[in-house]
Design a protein around this ligand. Sequence first.
Ligand SMILES: C[S@@+](CC[C@H](N)C(=O)[O-])C[C@H]1O[C@@H](n2cnc3c(N)ncnc32)[C@H](O)[C@@H]1O
Length: 476
Amino acid sequence: MHNGSDIEVRWLKWEEAAEEILDLRRRVFMSELGWSEERVHHDSDPEGLHLCALSGGKIVAAISAYVYGPGAPGTAALELPDLDGPTVEIGKRVALQTHRGRLISTRIANSMVRQLCESLCPSRFFLIVRPSQYDHLLDRYAKRDFVVRGEVGSGDDAVTVMTVEGGEALERFYLRHRELTWESRSDDERLAIPSLVRFLADEGRGDLLAAERLGAENFYLDLLSLQEEAPRLSAQGRLVLAEQRPRLASTPFPPAPASLLDVGSGPGDYLAAVTEESPFAGYRVCGVEPAPQLLARARSNFPGLTFHQGTAYATGEADASHDVVTASFLFVHLRSPDLALLEMRRVLRPGGLLYVVDVDDAAFRGPDVVRRMLETYDREYAADRTILNDLPERAAEFGFQPVRSFSTTLGYVVDAEPGFGPDEIRLGREQAWSLLSFVRSQRGIEESFLEARDHYFGVECEIGVDIKTQVYRRRP
Ligand SMILES: C[S@@+](CC[C@H](N)C(=O)[O-])C[C@H]1O[C@@H](n2cnc3c(N)ncnc32)[C@H](O)[C@@H]1O
């Protein structure tokens, strides 16, 4: 539901909403715009994805997406050649006159695009513009990265097809829509938009989800040289272990014998250290990691642990096979947290725990110039380094109930000795800065990095980065 507003947003099946959606389209397309009945319908409506805003239980705005696999007649008729992945048409956006001006249909449209990118990973988006709409729409969509691909049909049936396709254009398109959804997070009228992944899984349409395509991405490794990153990761691991000891001790892990799965286990050092801790005595421990080079390192350094190749979206583990799933510094590197939550829920036994540790850039404290650098980095990073703010809401959709949450600030405090305080780790000046060294690896950010670094070392100032722990229980 909406924060203090009357709007509820839902993905609706065509069978349950067809009459209402058609009625809404008729009111707008026919009564207001004077279009014909034919244009109220779409051949693919029955399989379409319909995101609807409801007020008092009635649909007041809707937008639809139509997914075409390679070889689909719908795309061939529009002279769109086949691509490897799915093609998605966006269309039939409508809002009741009484509900315009509140950006409801804009917000659901932005969220729809974001979620489609995150969970279906389309190779192309397209939309159809008709001559009567040219004046305002061609321009509007061009500003949203669509390019005119061509005209199809003739006479009254002529339409213009606009597309977004190709790796770079799609990435821009995704980042832009994600940012728009971030902006609306702070609106008074924030809409809680449910998960497309959850909807598709519940409807038995999980085959549309792009677990495999997304699993081929590794944003963490894309940007880093392993040579430089390995020592940073082990230094971070030592710090985090110290921070985690009391967190682990106060979490009600199930007693042994039990099984723990660590997703995104990397070189395994952190997993090996954590599972030495008393809550895990007698546990069977397994790590899942997609990167072959990290997997090889983990297997050779920790022969007593088991490591499998897999991703957060497809771990390769059996249903309900683990009592605990851990994810340390993983979620901030995922394009689709929802798909990972779906998979984590699948492999956890009912009542099992999901234990997440990650950074939260939204909680960064420090001078503006450093904050701006971090924000620039985060805007361009295709995973979300502020995801922990949304995770409780998203996890709830996948049947996870919050059990505990903790937060620790790691940073430099002027005139304070390095050491441990409650919920705080005070580092030396250099060491605190090294927590931000990953920023430099992103293209185009060097100048902003150097400016921030010069400021930090030139002026006596403090920085603080939050590490958050969130523990969830999988509902039966
Ligand atoms: C920052 S490292 C954390 C490693 C380890 N968990 C730790 O805390 O030291 C992020 C890890 O996530 C892995 N990773 C990246 N994308 C992934 C995905 N889609 N599924 C699973 N792991 C992924 C990376 O290869 C890397 O090992």
